[in-house]
Each structure stands twice: as C-alpha cells, then as structure tokens.
Design a protein around this ligand. Sequence first.
Ligand SMILES: Cc1cc2nc3c(=O)[nH]c(=O)nc-3n(C[C@H](O)[C@H](O)[C@H](O)COP(=O)(O)O)c2cc1C
Ligand code: SF4
Length: 453
Amino acid sequence: MTHQYLLPPSPIDNVDDYLAAGGGRGLENALQMGDAATIDVITAAGLRGRGGAGFSTGRKWASVRTAGSGPRFVVANGAEGEPATFKDRMLIRVDPYRIVEGAAIAALSVGAGTVYLATKRSYRREVQALTRAAVELSATGLLQELSVNVVEGPDDYLYGEEKALLEVIEGRDPLPRLLPPYELGLFATDSAIGWEAGSRPVSARGESNPTAVNNVETLASAAHIMANGVEWFRAMGTSASPGNVIATVVGDVVRPGVHEVEMGTPFSALLELCGGPLPGRRFKAAFSGVSNAVLPADGFDTPLTYEDFAAQGSGLGAAGFAVYDDSVNMTVVAHEFSRFLAIESCGQCPPCKQGSLAITADLAAICNGGAGDEMLGDIANLLRSVTDANRCFLGTEEQLVVSSIMRQFPEDVAELLEGRPSSTRSVYVPLIKDIAADGTVEYDRRHGDRPLA
Ligand SMILES: Cc1cc2nc3c(=O)[nH]c(=O)nc-3n(C[C@H](O)[C@H](O)[C@H](O)COP(=O)(O)O)c2cc1C
Ligand code: SF4
C-alpha cells in the first residue's frame, strides 16, 4: 500500500486545518536554511518535474538563480491541457495550500518576489481554490513580502507550454516564444531573438528576468521534501525517479480515475487499481497523454518511472494515461490524436502546422478506406519534416505518436488499406472535463466540433 502524502484523505479547505496538520513546515525550514541550501536539498532529493519532461527541479532552480539579469519570477503551471490528465486539478482541489507553499519555496530559492499561479479560466473550482489558498496563506504572514497572483488562461493546449504560458501572463495569445523561460523570462526587456552575430554591447541589452516554470505537482512535492527531508523522499520510488506520482487513467478500464502511487509501481498494477480491462476485452495499448510514443500491451509491466518508460521507447509524461483495448483499430487513434495536434498547432513553424494537417488528412483517407499504399510513403516523408525548426515540442509529439502507431500496429493500418476493417469503433481525444468520485469521466467533446485548420 502506497504511503500517500500528495493527495490527503479529505480536501484541506482552510488554512487553519492546513497549518494544524503540519503545513508550512517546508517553507519555515527553507527560510531557515536559505536559498542555496534549499536548492541543495531539492537537488539531493532527486525531484523531477511532473509536468511531462521529468527535468531536475534542483537544476532548474539553480540555473534560474544564477542566469541572466533582472528580477526573477516563479510560475506554477496548473494549466493541465494534456489529454487523459486530471491529476493537477485533483491536487489543486484537495491541497491548494501545498502548491502555494511550494511556489514560495521556489521563489525563495531563485530570488523571486512574485509568483503566478496559472490555471484555466474555465476551471472555476481550481481558480477558487488557488485564490483562497493564496489569500489565506498570505494573511498568516508566512509568505512575508511575496506577491502571489492567480492567472486565468485560455483553453488552448499550448497554454500549458511554458514559453506560451509566459506570453499569456504578459497578456498575449498562447504562442510559444523562441527562448526558454530561464533565458527570457517574464516581462523581460532583453531581445527575444537570441541569434545575433557577435556579441552585443552591454548597453544594448535589456534584462532577461529568468523565470522558473514548474508544474503544480512538482511544487507540492518540493514543499513535502522541505518538510520531511531527502531520506524520507528517497525511501520511495527509484534512485533515478524518487517519490510518489499522481497518475490518471481513462479509456478502456472498468474504473477510470486518479491514483497516487509510488514511482516504480508497474503500470499493470495501476491498471488493476482501475479494475483492469472491460469484461471480455484485452488491453491493446496505452498513451501517456498525446506527448509520447505508444506503449503496446506487452510492455504494461513497465515500472512508472522516467527511465523505464524511456527504455520502452515511450515516456512517462505527466502520468496521464489513455488506455485502449482490442476493440479499437490504432490507426483511428493515430488520426484522432493527429487531428487534435494539428488543430492545436499555432502555425508559427510551418512544418509543424502544415505537416500535421497533411498527416491528419492522409490518416483520414486511410481510415475512410480511400487510400492506397503510396499514402504510407507520403506520411513517412511528412513525419520526417514535421519537427523542422520547431519552437516547441508539439511537432515532436505528432511525430512520436503517429510514427510509433504505424510501426507497432502495421496490421491495423493494413486492414484499412486492404478494405477489411475488423473494427468500426470511433475514438475521441480524451480531454477530461471532470472525474467523479465513482470514476465516471466527463469528457470535453468540444474538440470534435472544431474545424481542421
Ligand atoms: C504542448 C505542450 C503542452 C504542455 N502543457 C503542460 C501543462 O498543461 N501543464 C504542465 O505542467 N506542463 C505542460 N507542458 C510542459 C511545460 O512546458 C513545462 O515543461 C513544465 O511546466 C515544467 O514544469 P516541471 O519541470 O515541474 O515539469 C506542456 C508542454 C508542451 C510542449
Ligand atoms: S512547434 Fe507547432 S505548436 Fe509549437 S510553436 Fe511551432 S507551430 Fe506552434
């Protein structure tokens, strides 16, 4: 039985309960230790970002603290736009105070005086929970002079991408900028280009305002580590992926839901918590969001760690899984995911937008039975260039998802090309609106109505 610390047994809905249960100790310890020692603790704990890439949190904070010039900022990323993921909203609902405490620890570490807690305008419960936590914790005096602001962003998938998130905080559309947040942070006055020949005179440079963007679960984990110590954290998980993770499972399982599990738990054990496959069905494949290569069912014993999922040619991502059984043709999944990514692509990099649109059209032709073998060569060519000169990872997601399905499930593609489909089941991109306590998932189906453009 996993020792749960991220998701409390019942929601913490006022600051008195939070402090009475030991909340705030992490920040007090960090204040006593100071910035450098706090970063050392987070680095020694081996905390890795829960937003998708699994980047070392200690290393990120160290580089924001020392890079560039100008004021520093911290952004808590609670945009949660990844399909099949609901864990951030669950965490914000049940323990928003921990996220604010973690953001304050990050601010102390990197030397920031301002924190932005970013979620979506349409996530009303989350906006309210974060606002309440920020106001109540500030009123205790624990946050000292720190300014904490809640940002209500748009529904776009790209809003959660860190370089697009900074644009939204500055009042613009979610179009990823060129440079990463530690090089060009919030309200920077330095050039956004970054490719000038030769060095510019110091007088021509503005300030770069290095900014730490962290997923809300990462920040909550940091607060727990500062309260309980490195050994406590490292006693859970593996040496390369310590601690617990909050996982979401939706799709073809008996009880979809959100579970906090120890890192290193086999994926198959997580699926058992969800009741296993639907009656009479066998698992076929799973995806962590739409960001990584498919994991076929023969890999379902893979431990939930960054290193084990990478060794399978996939990725743990934000540990939000869409599971499919043997009633679905995986080419249909490839088409639906590609369609989602093509619509969400912002178009700043033509190979990403035009390539994902063309791949989607080709996959639609295959799924509709109107394509010949030459379509495979066309898709292969497009997949090679869809990542060219890209500002963000979205084009790579298109490449990973589509190419891995074509490679792992050639028989599914063949039966459509040969006009003998064994399944006519349609699939929707699993954007989650809500998950009820009994596991009933309400999907956001609006994407299906959006035109492909
Ligand atoms: C298209 C796209 C969408 C993303 N959406 C989210 C998101 O909704 N929430 C999130 O925390 N990270 C998201 N990310 C990852 C962020 O860019 C960033 O890596 C993360 O917030 C860093 O936090 P971490 O180091 O704590 O993981 C997304 C990335 C991409 C490429
Ligand atoms: S890679 Fe795609 S989504 Fe990302 S900035 Fe370029 S066009 Fe936009």
